[in-house]
Design a protein around this ligand. Structure first.
Ligand code: FES
Ligand SMILES: [Fe+2]
Length: 391
């Protein structure tokens, strides 16, 4: 149980809030690069409560700027993308990808104003077909080079899920909650006659136990279901990479769930799917990673379809409330992972408040050449195997 103040501290993501400042220390995913095309080179996005415009200029550089123009606040979303930047639709001030003003058409040629104004902007990088931004202070840490983003022995796809109407922490707490699969996913599917999809998780409860471990190595939480009795089996783990990623094996795919806090009451999930080739052989990689928008998980009346893992989870997360009231909860022993994740979160918030780097940031490029977190054991490996890296 958390007081209202404690709940606010862990959930709110606006600039200046404790969790918001923590999340701003990590590179955040802001969408598939393939979404920005020559025909549609700009897009409005909201990240941690900030209204922004993401664009790709005529030379292929990515920019992320505050939506409201620093001249007189018109929306840059309606601006014109040019070779070297984005021009405001109101009076034509032009900004480059770093937010520097490079043209003020109606000001005197020798105006000094142009050197004084700056559009708020955040750096954007592309890796593995995703765009990433860093919205924190100071020098950005390394953008993590996770194996899934770099491997060449398979194909990738990005699923953009419908925007969730709930706070990001509900989604992350679920990632540390190994018991939820039994009823929410398996039981639901078996009752719907889709046992083939659900039976894996549908084993006698008394023979099931869970292991939840904090992984200091790469900073995260690994949860694992262990099945006993005749069906003794240790399921692959589902490591949470702190603070807002989950790795999970799904049949032949390896999925990285990336959870972007859009604002306090909305979360965007990108399901980044990597399908390795059976024999481990490398395949030619396309210029861009394809993406698809996942259709709504609810019908026109707002009723959840309950026919997929995604709709089950969305039902659970959204019905908890936009920001669930944790003063009403009653945690049990089986909620150990949730308590563990909250402790991690509190500790990292404190580190940021003390002026330290939170855990999990990588500052040394040598430790960021290729990060392979094994789903089965949760072990992280920093490999320098050039063969497996993309250029
Ligand atoms: S409001 Fe943008 S140029 Fe005037
Ligand atoms: Fe789930």
């Amino acid at each position: 149980m958390l007081s209202h103040e404690q709940n606010a501290e862990l959930t709110r993501v606006g600039a200046g809030t404790p969790a918001g400042e923590l999340m701003r220390r990590y590179w955040q995913p802001v969408g598939p690069a393939a979404e920005l095309t020559a025909e549609n080179p700009k897009k409005k996005i909201r990240v941690m409560g900030e209204e922004l415009v993401l664009f790709r200029d005529g030379s292929g550089r990515f920019g992320l700027v505050e939506e409201q123009c620093c001249h007189r606040s018109a929306s840059l979303l309606y601006g014109f993308v040019e070779e070297d930047g984005l021009r405001c639709p109101y009076h034509g001030w032009k900004f480059d990808c770093t937010g520097k003003c490079i043209e003020m058409p109606f000001e005197p040629k020798d105006t000094r104003l142009i050197n004084h104004v700056r559009q708020r902007a955040y750096p954007v990088r592309e890796l593995g077909g995703m765009l990433w931004t860093y919205m924190g202070p100071g020098e950005a840490p390394e953008l993590p080079r996770w194996a899934q983003l770099l491997r060449k022995d398979g194909v990738r796809r990005i699923d953009v899920l419908p925007l969730l109407d709930c706070n990001w922490l509900q989604v992350m707490e679920n990632s540390c909650d190994p018991c939820h699969t039994y009823y929410l996913h398996a039981h639901t599917l078996v009752l719907k006659g889709k046992g083939d999809m659900g039976t894996y998780y549908y084993r006698p409860i008394e023979k099931m136990h869970f292991e939840i471990v904090e992984e200091a190595n790469w900073v995260g939480v690994r949860k694992q279901r262990i099945y006993g009795g005749d069906e003794a089996e240790e399921e692959d783990g589902h490591p949470v990479i702190f603070p807002n990623f989950l790795l999970s094996p799904q049949r032949e795919h390896l999925v990285m769930h990336m959870r972007l806090p859009v604002d306090d009451t909305h979360t965007q999930i990108y399901r980044y799917q990597f399908t390795p080739t059976e024999d481990g052989s490398e395949v030619p990689q396309p210029n861009q990673v394809p993406f698809q928008n996942v259709p709504p998980l609810r019908d026109e009346y707002g009723v959840y379809h309950m026919n997929s893992f995604a709709s089950h989870d969305a039902m659970a997360w959204e019905t908890q409330g936009a920001i669930t009231d944790r003063s009403r909860e009653n945690l049990g022993v089986s909620d150990a992972g949730i308590a563990l994740y909250r402790r991690l979160l509190r500790e990292q918030i404190k580190r940021v408040q003390e002026g330290k780097d939170p855990k999990g940031l990588i500052r040394d490029p040598k430790l960021n050449e290729y990060i392979d977190i094994h789903v089965s054991t949760g072990q992280a490996r920093v490999a320098r195997d050039q063969k497996r890296q993309s250029a």
